[in-house]
Write a protein that binds this ligand. Structure first.
Ligand code: SF4
Length: 192
């Protein structure tokens, strides 16, 4: 079995591939989030797997921020993501470069029909306010354009982290679990 470090590298590489496919789709279709939207991060029922936040926790440890992030998650009162900034003048994700797979996929990905054909899973906001952009993505897919398919990426994540990759938890619990795994990994190494 690969070491934790090498599995985390593989998860990061998966995230980079998602980002690349999303960039391609955006550049071919012009689709973009509305300015200062962050609506998707304000959902109360986001689920994620601890595996997709292992890179975040690993980098937090390297930067000496693991305890701080854990305390913030612990104190966070509510079911929205603890890292979402949703107030006027302070929008967005506080851990954007290390955000999870679902954060990268949401709004710019597809499900599939029974024949395996990609179906754009547009977010509610874009469907409502920018239907022409949603149509432009549908046209792009019809011409054979690529967009990340959610289930395929989670399959790949599970292939890297068989147990953790399949475990879907409320997002704050998933991040906390990833932090605990990294914490115990390094505590054990220091004691060994
Ligand atoms: S980690 Fe960042 S991108 Fe993901 S839901 Fe939380 S605030 Fe949004």
């Amino acid at each position: 079995m690969l070491s934790l470090y090498h599995r985390i590298q593989k998860i990061e590489s998966l995230q980079k591939t998602v980002d690349k496919e999303v960039r391609q789709c955006k550049s071919h279709t012009g689709i973009e989030c509305l300015q200062h939207c962050a609506h998707c991060c304000s959902y109360e029922d986001i689920t994620a797997s601890p595996a997709e936040f292992l890179p975040f926790a690993w980098h937090a440890w390297r930067l000496g921020l693991l305890d701080q992030w854990f305390d913030e998650l612990d104190k966070h009162d509510g079911t929205t993501c603890a890292f979402a900034r949703l107030s006027e003048g302070a929008w967005g994700c506080r851990i954007y470069p290390a955000r999870g797979l679902i954060c990268r996929l949401f709004g710019f990905s597809a499900t599939t029909d029974k024949n395996g054909k990609a179906l754009f899973a547009a977010c509610h906001t874009l469907r409502q306010h920018k239907p022409e952009l949603v149509e432009s993505v549908n046209g792009y897919l019809g011409r054979g354009g690529k967009i990340p398919v959610i289930a395929r990426y989670y399959q790949q994540l599970s292939a890297i982290e068989p147990a953790l990759g399949r475990e879907m938890l409320p997002i704050n619990q998933a991040i906390k679990k990833a932090i605990e795994i990294i914490y115990f990994h390094f505590s054990y190494r220091e004691c060994a």
